[in-house]
Design a protein around this ligand. Structure first.
Ligand code: FAD
Ligand code: DHB
Length: 391
């Protein structure tokens, strides 16, 4: 074999898996369609759960996260012009850390370079073969245009929702759960200090808005927009005007405006396939499941998957024990469905559903009020938000 594990995709899932396998003495090669520069600049998630932070720290890739990441001990729900703070740490003893996904990606790539681990960027035509056998193969074209083949003992499909791994599984082998929402998120990164010390999830008749950050100088903001909305309809002035309206409070809060340096629209969906494996192909992260971003679970779930997968592959390939690999999917799906429910729950509690009647709007407000006033309800939300312990 050319390598023990062929990993498709250099997102958080693929890179962390490769590094965890290296720490256990297992050889892997990561194949990535984009360039190193592209994956390091892609602005996405920002909230790391406590278990995610602990894991990155424990394996020695947390130094910059510890120096530059921003620990948050609470967050606010804003509705009817008022803030209601959920004291995460008081309720759970844990916190979240605001540290950009692309910073984690950068740190993991640096760790690979330092240890001489193999990542091939800018590959194309990736195709998976012989997945039912103990010698699966990956064919691809490398950055120089040469046809290549990788012989492995297992393949990890970490290539996100639009990758090739999941569609390589024969029709009828997977049960698909899919749910779409009647909205999308417009996300912006602005060169301006955050307007508040913590995250604000705002429910407003005009639609949901979220105030987050990346550093003391960079603000990250999101707006609910219609699905299939074009970014061309959102010049910067309209974005700021909408943010001001949706985030306004009775005591005169305003959003600090500044130059917008990145903006994009993300559709929202919930999606799960079961099982997350087929023969010697194991799916992890967005390749196997998608959550709507409300609740900040996607990247954290990808990390929890590969933690299980690294352990299962070690048992399979090093100890000759196939049981953990056979149980990989079931082991992951517990956490996946908890995150699916939590993300759906946060989404429906905070967005303005164009199809909701007056009765449903009243229920939504009642649920929000209960969540912020009942210690039991706030505690349940906080426990999910900071991240349930790994199994
Ligand atoms: P990806 O990051 O998608 O990585 C897959 C990789 O595979 C990519 O690099 C891609 O280029 C590569 N690839 C694809 N196809 C191929 C191919 N054919 N061949 C080779 N390579 C291929 N999650 C959170 O936890 N917290 C948050 O706060 C949060 N906020 C978000 C905000 C936004 C706006 C968005 C869009 C997402 C957010 N998420 C959040 C979700 C999170 O970004 C994803 O869940 C996470 O990126 C999943 O990681 P992954 O490694 O599974 O997939
Ligand atoms: C961010 C993204 C989320 O989906 C979320 O729920 C909170 C924060 C962010 O990008 O900062």
């Amino acid at each position: 074999t050319d390598t023990q594990v062929g990993i498709i995709g250099a997102g958080p899932a693929g890179l962390l898996l490769s590094y965890l396998l290296h720490l256990q003495g297992i050889d892997a090669v990561v194949l990535e369609a984009r360039s190193r520069e592209y994956v390091e600049k892609r602005v996405r998630a920002g909230v790391c759960e406590q278990p995610t932070v602990d894991l990155l720290r424990n394996i020695g890739v947390g130094a910059r996260m510890d120096a530059e990441g921003m620990p948050h001990h609470g967050l606010s729900f804003r509705f009817e012009g008022q803030d209601h703070r959920i004291p995460l740490t008081e309720l759970t003893g844990k916190c979240i850390t605001v540290y950009g996904q692309q910073e984690i990606v950068k740190d993991l790539i640096t760790a690979h370079v330092d240890k001489g681990l193999r990542i091939e960027f800018e590959v194309s035509d990736v195709a998976l073969h012989d997945l039912e056998t103990e010698r699966p193969r990956v064919t691809y074209t490398d950055a120089e245009g040469n046809a290549r083949e990788l012989n492995c003992a297992a393949v990890a499909g970490c290539d996100g929702f639009h990758g090739v791994s999941r569609p390589s599984i024969p029709e009828g082998k997977l049960k698909v759960y899919d749910h779409e929402y009647p909205f999308a998120w417009l996300g912006v990164l602005a060169k301006t200090p955050p307007s508040h010390e913590e995250l604000i999830y705002a429910r407003h008749e005009r639609g949901f808005a979220l105030h987050s950050m990346r550093s003391p100088e960079l603000t990250r903001l999101y707006l609910q927009v219609p699905p299939d909305e074009s970014i061309d309809n959102w010049p910067d002035e309209r974005i700021w005007s909408e943010l001001q309206q949706r985030l306004e409070t009775r005591d005169g809060f305003t959003v600090r405006e500044g130059p917008i340096i990145e903006k994009s629209i993300t559709p929202m969906r919930s999606f799960v396939v079961e099982p997350m494996q087929y023969g010697r192909l194991f799916l992890a992260g967005d390749a196997a499941h998608i959550v709507p971003p409300t609740g900040a679970k996607g990247m954290n779930l990808a990390i929890a998957d590969v933690r299980n997968l690294a352990w299962a592959l070690k048992a399979l390939l090093q100890d000759g024990d196939p049981e953990p690999a056979a149980a990989y999917s079931d082991r992951c799906l517990d956490r996946v469905w908890r995150a699916e429910h939590f993300s759906w729950y946060m989404t429906q509690m905070l967005h303005a559903d164009p199809g909701a009647d007056a009765f449903q709007q009243r229920l939504q407000l009642s649920q929000l009020r209960y969540t912020v006033t009942s210690k039991a309800a706030a505690g349940s939300l906080a426990e999910n938000y900071v991240g349930l312990p790994f199994r």
